[in-house]
Design a protein around this ligand. Structure first.
Ligand code: SAH
Length: 238
């Protein structure tokens, strides 16, 4: 359902882009916008560019950190023009829309800064990357244009599926753990790995990145997170 989808814009510097993204969303039937550290907001320029989608701007939720903006989301997609050095599962907009609308939990689709996109740490939190196919020698769209393309695919998919009852896709009896409980789990894991001398904080290499990729692929449920955290506690030196 489109109503489960949160569009998260991280570190936008030009308020016009926030307005244009709100317009892109509203035309396609999306209504939940979250902003992480927008440089200027609220802003007359954002309202002007929203041309009638100002209700989305008024209802936009603002967060200080990326982590906080994700707190209740269970499935996270990061839109990125760049491929990662460490291979990450990457989808087309169409497949992203299919996966998003198959799911019954809260979904985040995250867009990055105009200049620098999303950081590697932010991309680590995404279960999937979404890449819009572009000219390889000029691959970066304006952020609101990227929002428009994703929003359009979501709309097409929601129209295709309107007669199909939402699929209960968790056979495990409960939905995937929220981003907030996963963030606490990663913190606990990292600290324990340091305590047992497996992870050297002075030379962490790509260990936590590989572990994020592993757990993103599995999509733990709360009971499993609790078991793993119990093991970490039991394994910690006293
Ligand atoms: N130079 C930046 C580009 C940022 S464009 C970079 O290298 O990442 C701003 C945002 O728009 C990106 O963070 C991404 O969320 C979205 N975007 C732009 N082009 C895209 C593309 N081809 N595929 C997916 N997302 C894209």
């Amino acid at each position: 359902m489109l109503d489960n989808i949160q569009i998260i814009l991280v570190g936008i510097t030009h308020p016009g882009n926030i307005g244009a993204a709100a317009r892109a969303m509203k035309t396609m039937g999306l209504s939940h916008m979250r902003l992480v550290q927008p440089k200027h907001f609220p802003s007359a320029e954002a309202t002007a560019r929203a041309t009638g989608a100002d209700d989305l701007l008024e209802n936009a939720q603002i967060f200080d950190t990326f982590e906080e903006s994700l707190w209740d989301c269970q499935l996270i997609f990061g839109a990125s023009a760049r491929s990662r050095r460490i291979a990450w599962p990457t989808l087309t907009p169409k497949v992203c829309a299919e996966k998003a609308l198959e799911s019954t939990g809260k979904i985040a689709i995250v867009f990055g800064r105009e200049q620098s996109g999303l950081t590697n740490q932010e991309l680590d939190r995404c279960h999937f990357l979404v890449q819009i196919s572009t000219n390889p020698s000029f691959s970066s769209l304006n952020v609101a244009a990227a929002v428009q393309i994703l929003a359009y695919e979501l709309r097409l998919n929601s129209l295709d599926n309107r007669d199909i009852a939402t699929k209960e896709d968790w056979e495990l009896g409960s939905p995937p753990a929220s981003a907030e409980s996963m963030a606490q789990f990663y913190q606990h894991l990292e600290q324990t790995l340091i305590d047992i001398d497996f992870l050297d904080p002075k030379n962490p290499r790509q260990l936590m990145r590989h572990l994020h990729r592993l757990f993103n692929r599995v999509q733990l449920i709360d009971t499993e997170v609790n078991i793993l955290r119990g093991i970490l506690t039991a394994a910690s030196p006293r």
